[in-house]
Design a protein around this ligand. Structure first.
Ligand code: DLL
Length: 437
């Protein structure tokens, strides 16, 4: 059996030892940013907080938050703690809204990120004997290069396919006999669909055993679907370019939550309205502090991701805090007639409903001052689109199921297989026409 851990000493460290390590690192980090990053010095001076007031990790709540806005205001290099000559790489976030946010990394930052990625690959069952097919995009997006360096660190073979050209992806998966695949969950479903159309036999032509899927919110229903269609174990990997790309947290085979690499990245959950820290198992906004980053350290960075943390032990022996599946970003939350709706809730319901596929798009509008929601979803290939009566019954049943699960009624439009645009990158699930009015 492959090794269970990439770095056993750290991954199974006792809570008390971890706390000592985190405290030492935080104290150093706060002094480091105070001395080197003007926006941090100004924020701390404004609340009369001195670096010496931070004595242990328990004092973290005294520190001010950092927002995406701070990164944009200081674009491109104002948040860096080292001169440009000491940076070895820049990435930028996908910026679905507004200006790009840039992240700079020193060589040590790249090494730490690769280490965390390697820990994640091991959680997906990879070893130095693995062939890792990397179908995340390479470029300013951190997915491709992030996993690439992680695979090399592990000593596995990295296959830098990047995104796109699905037929070639399938050919290479077959020819290179990859055992591990890394891509967005929505692309994994698309790949599986194409393999089926091409008559590829899972387990015979394709020998995948594990995968790291992330970069977008997805559900346990989607996990089962991917596992069944691709014949592998699907792990959930989390990350964000501002902190490091993929590998900030990842789940193991016990699926008890995503092990947060909390020797380097310290997580907190805060109430998204009051910003008061909240304890374990309650949902709120994820806030992350980098404990070792040199290039662009971030103190209490508000990620806008909605999640919860758990400190329940995991049978795998890893002792880190765990991140319960990110249900979505607060920016993605739709408010429909006063009710909060996440696209992931819609996804869960669709996956439980027989006869439709997890390919969907949500259209939101406001007509005569009333919010409207339409869910366009693909029928499974086994359902005949011309069976009008069957389709009408399905539509009504699905509408009732959606209304009871998300507490909002929605118009359901069933479309034929393949009609919803597939994404090679992060899937775009929502069009909110209210924002354009
Ligand atoms: O998406 C980094 C990444 C690449 C993670 C590949 C995992 C795999 P950004 O483009 O900066 O970085 O987007 C970060 O994506 O704040 C979340 O909203 C979302 N996200 C990332 N991973 C997950 C996940 C990369 N596993 C933003 N579940 C984050 C849910 C995720 N959302």
């Amino acid at each position: 059996m492959a090794n269970r851990y990439f770095n056993k000493e750290i991954e199974t460290m006792s809570h008390s030892e971890k706390e000592v390590l985190q405290s030492e690192r935080l104290v150093k980090m706060v002094k480091y940013v105070y001395d080197r990053v003007k926006p941090y010095r100004e924020k701390m001076d404004a609340i009369k907080l001195k670096p010496s007031d931070i004595k242990s990790i328990k004092d973290i709540y005294k520190l001010p938050y950092t927002l995406k806005h701070d990164l944009r205001e200081n674009y491109p290099f104002g948040m860096m703690a080292v001169p440009r000559k000491d940076l070895v790489r820049l990435h930028a976030s996908s910026a679905t809204t507004g200006k790009l946010t840039v992240a700079g990394y020193t060589q040590k930052d790249i090494d730490v990120w690769a280490e965390c990625g390697a820990r994640s690959l091991v959680m997906a069952g990879a070893s130095e004997n693995s062939v890792v097919h990397i179908a995340y995009g390479y470029g300013l997006f951190t997915g491709g290069l992030g996993i690439h360096y992680a695979a090399e660190k592990l000593g596995a073979v990295a296959v830098p396919v990047s995104s796109g050209n699905t037929a070639r992806q399938i050919q290479l998966l077959k020819d290179f006999e990859a055992d591990i695949i890394c891509c967005t969950p929505s692309y994994a479903i698309y790949l599986a669909e194409q393999m089926q159309l091409m008559g590829i036999e899972i387990g015979k032509d394709i020998k995948l055993t594990g995968g790291l899927f992330g970069a977008e919110a997805w559900t346990d229903g989607m996990r089962k679907e991917i596992e069944q269609r691709l014949g592998l174990k699907a792990r959930d990997i989390y990350g964000l370019s501002e902190i490091a790309g993929p590998g900030v947290a990842c789940d193991c085979e016990f699926e008890t939550g995503l092990h947060f690499q909390d020797d380097h990245y310290f997580p907190e959950i805060v109430d998204k309205d009051t910003l008061e820290p909240i304890g374990y198992d309650a949902e709120g906004e994820l806030v992350i502090t980098t404990l070792t980053k040199e290039g662009m350290p971030l103190i209490r960075y508000r990620t806008r991701d909605i999640a919860s943390l758990s400190n329940a032990p995991c049978p795998c022996g890893r002792t880190s805090v765990k991140l319960n599946r990110v249900t979505g970003r607060s920016d993605d939350m739709l408010i429909i007639r006063g009710v909060n709706v996440f696209p992931s809730q819609v996804e869960s319901t669709l996956l439980e409903f027989e006869g439709v596929e997890p390919h969907y798009h949500i259209n939101v509008d406001r007509i005569n001052n009333l919010d409207t929601m339409e869910i366009v979803v693909e029928l499974s290939p086994s359902v005949k689109i011309d069976e009008v009566k069957t389709i009408e019954i399905m539509r009504k049943e699905l509408a009732a199921k959606i209304a009871s699960s998300i507490s909002v009624s929605a118009k359901i439009t069933l479309v034929s297989p393949g009609s919803i645009e597939r994404s090679e990158h992060k899937a775009k699930r929502v069009t909110d026409l209210r924002k354009l009015k």
